[in-house]
Write a protein that binds this ligand. Structure first.
Ligand SMILES: *Cc1c(COP(=O)(O)O)cnc(C)c1O
Length: 221
């Protein structure tokens, strides 16, 4: 077992413990190994250990890394977790199995168009800016119910769940709890929340997808 495989196993163990602590089944929580900036040499050991969900932040980087890896591991699922420009919707629908950063109408419109055109439908998560931080992507909590209705009714999109990135300088749990509350009142089960520093807390508040990078691959350069 190499270092990445050891850290992956450690993370899987911590996820299972956090889930069982709150009487959840570990299989209800998908671990997304965030491989942004990591070379194929770092991703290969994770694939060899059976990891199949990976997270990327940049369309261009994903385009360079994943087609060849996907040819060898056809059951991988690549998740777009970074900000997405509307003019990259075509590439994004072609490349990704899930998009966690749907946060504005122009993007909803372009994604709906591409899904209709290509017949390929990635799972969609609406990003919520739970801290209302001006520099951060995401729909404001006050506007998310209306945005979800717009996506579903006007653009005909099927929405899997919600995603958040809590403010770096605050305890994350109130943000996870807020995201869970918004999801519940909108009939959504998917909750993409929790990163290396706080995924256990996120699981205890209902996360279905945790996005863990540095705890598996080490610090990014
Ligand atoms: C980079 C990133 C992560 C992973 O962060 P770590 O702290 O390395 O686990 C998770 N989610 C998003 C949206 C990211 O950009």
């Amino acid at each position: 077992m190499n270092a990445i495989q050891a850290k992956l196993a450690e993370t899987q163990g911590a996820i299972a413990r956090a889930a069982r602590d709150v009487r959840r089944r570990p299989e209800e929580v998908a671990l997304i190994a965030v491989s942004k900036t990591m070379p194929e040499a770092a991703i290969e050991p994770a694939l060899a250990a059976g990891q199949r969900d990976f997270g990327e932040n940049y369309v261009q980087e994903a385009k360079e890394k994943w087609p060849s890896l996907r040819a060898r591991f056809p059951d991988v699922r690549v998740h777009m977790i970074g900000p997405l420009q509307s003019n990259k919707a075509r590439d994004a629908v072609a490349l990704f199995d899930a998009i966690h950063s749907l946060d504005r109408e122009s993007l909803a419109r372009e994604l709906a168009r591409e899904i209709g055109r290509s017949g390929k439908a990635p799972l969609l998560f609406v990003q919520v800016n739970t801290g209302d931080e001006p520099q951060k992507g995401g729909v404001s909590p006050a506007g998310v119910d209306a945005f979800l209705a717009l996506c579903r009714v006007h653009h005909g999109l099927s929405i899997e769940g919600l995603m958040c990135i809590p403010p770096a300088d605050q305890p994350p749990s109130p943000h996870f709890a807020l995201l869970a509350k918004i999801a519940a009142r909108n009939g959504l089960r998917g909750l993409s929340m929790g990163m290396s520093a706080d995924y256990e807390a996120a699981i205890q508040l209902g996360a279905t997808h945790v996005r863990v990078g540095s705890a598996i691959f080490g610090a990014r350069g």
